[in-house]
Design a binder for this molecule. Structure first.
Ligand SMILES: [Zn+2]
Length: 87
């Protein structure tokens, strides 16, 4: 089984205040053109001081893949009623 890229041996500190980051989940909302995405619980490193989340590369990657799929399907959806009789 793949261990993934997560390397917990790395010193993980907040990019903003250099506080300690803890493993947790955060809600994450994105406003896209024509639709909005809200994840209730995205795995993240969360700063104990300022609460700022830091996402692992694999999480960012997964979100980007999800969004590109959503973009594609949304484009189809946006044009779904336009051609009418085509089937
Ligand atoms: Zn912080």
């Amino acid at each position: 089984m793949a261990a993934g890229l997560a390397n917990e041996a790395l010193t993980v500190e907040c990019l903003y205040c250099r506080g300690n980051l803890r493993r947790g989940v955060v809600p994450f909302t994105l406003d896209r053109r024509g639709y909005h995405v809200t994840w209730d619980a995205v795995p993240a490193w969360v700063c104990a001081q300022c609460g700022e989340p830091l996402f692992d590369a694999e999480v960012v990657d997964a979100m980007q893949r999800t969004l590109s799929a959503l973009d594609q399907q949304s484009a189809i959806l946006a044009h779904a009623g336009e051609t009418g009789s085509e089937s």
